[in-house]
Ligand binder design. Structure first.
Ligand code: AKG
Ligand code: FE2
Length: 356
């Protein structure tokens, strides 16, 4: 397998500040951000978001420090908040407890989901979050969740403009994400031995809406699969090939100071009727340090009915899904049903509900 190339010159960097600073930025700055997002979603499905005006680096570094403090605890202390005590989704998962493409992932993690009104730990995903007893952990991460929810909403609005949606169309889309059934994972990656042919996290697509990933400065860990232009997306859908393929290459998406990595999940692929790509990615971490990453999955509302958007169909020269005669429209899904079907597959085979 050839070494992945450096993504820094390949994945675009998008400044979201025109959408954060309503008074300071003019319409043309916002439009430039939206157009850049549109291009990035058509061509890559992955990009860097410059959030330096929104989050200072000490804040995210402190999250990584708190995560390390938890992962360094004895196994039996970490197991006290195991997913097995709850709904098999919320809580701690041991090293290699997660499986992707039939292989154990070389990481441990804690998952948190949006709280539900009447928790029931016997119902998949419907339990309560379990917080480590590490001092400051809960308030710091709670603050992060609030910021990521706000950021997710701004990126959604900017993407709606990039897709050419009218104000009414954006109102409809906003109603599908304004009570986001978000997920936050805190992941710890010990190094993979150099001669190991496994994965820290196997190749997968995220299946929701937007992933907002803060990762510590470790390089050469997260890799993104870029298709060669002109390839038919459906060919690459059959991957997850873990090998280099004819159709594309794996590139590194190394952290850039002041930026987070953002990628779109399968819900955006449906909304955009395939115009936007949900892109395969994986983690191979072989450096000597313990890596920490914190993906925040900004998702649709649990009850959202996700279907191709008129704005995407207009770009594709199709007036409406009903009018399509070639049958090439993505099928709608109710987000919560889709999520449960993914998680229950894991319940059946693994006795647990891994998020992705
Ligand atoms: O750790 C990373 O960089 C990526 C993790 C990831 O892709 C995921 O949790 O979905
Ligand atoms: Fe992912």
């Amino acid at each position: 397998m050839s070494a992945p190339s450096d993504a820094i010159n390949e994945l675009p960097i998008i400044d979201i500040s025109p959408y954060m600073d309503r008074d300071g930025a003019d319409d043309s700055a916002r439009l430039a951000t939206s157009e850049a997002l549109h291009d990035a979603c058509v061509n890559y499905g992955f990009f860097y978001l410059d959030i330096s005006k929104f989050i200072n680096s000490e804040e995210s570094e402190e999250l990584a420090r708190l995560a390390r403090e938890f992962f360094a605890l004895p196994q039996e202390v970490k197991d006290k908040i195991s997913i097995r005590n709850q709904d098999h989704a919320r809580g701690y998962q041991r090293l290699k407890e997660n499986v992707t493409n039939g292989k154990a992932d070389n990481h441990e993690a804690i998952d948190f989901y949006k709280s539900v009104e009447r928790p029931d730990r016997t119902r998949p995903l419907w339990g309560e979050n379990q917080w480590p007893e590490v001092p400051e952990f809960r308030p710091r991460y709670t603050q992060w969740i609030e910021k990521m929810k706000m950021l997710g909403m701004l990126v959604m609005e900017a993407m709606a403009v990039g897709l050419g949606m009218t104000t009414e169309e954006w109102d409809d889309l906003r109603n599908q994400v304004d009570d986001s059934f978000w997920v936050m994972r805190i992941i710890g990656y010990p190094p993979l031995p150099n001669d190991h042919d496994g994965f820290s996290c196997g190749a997968h697509k995220d299946y929701g809406c937007l992933t907002l990933l803060y990762a510590d400065p470790t390089r050469s860990a997260l890799q993104v699969f870029l298709r060669q232009s002109g390839d038919d997306a459906s060919e690459a859908d059959d991957l997850p090939s873990e090998q280099d393929t004819e159709q594309g290459t794996w590139i590194n998406a190394d952290p850039i100071p002041g930026c987070i990595v953002c990628n779109i999940g399968e819900m955006w692929e449906i909304w955009s009727n395939g115009l936007y790509k949900s892109t395969l990615h994986r983690v191979i971490h072989k450096s000597s340090n313990y890596r920490v990453s914190i993906p925040f999955f900004f998702e649709p509302n649990f009850a959202a009915n996700v279907a191709p958007l008129s704005a995407a169909l207009r770009i594709q020269g199709k007036d409406s899904v009903e009018g399509l005669t070639d049958g090439k429209a993505y099928s709608p899904v109710v987000y919560g049903d889709f999520l449960l079907s993914k998680v229950s597959e894991n319940f059946a085979t693994e006795g647990k509900g891994k998020y992705d």
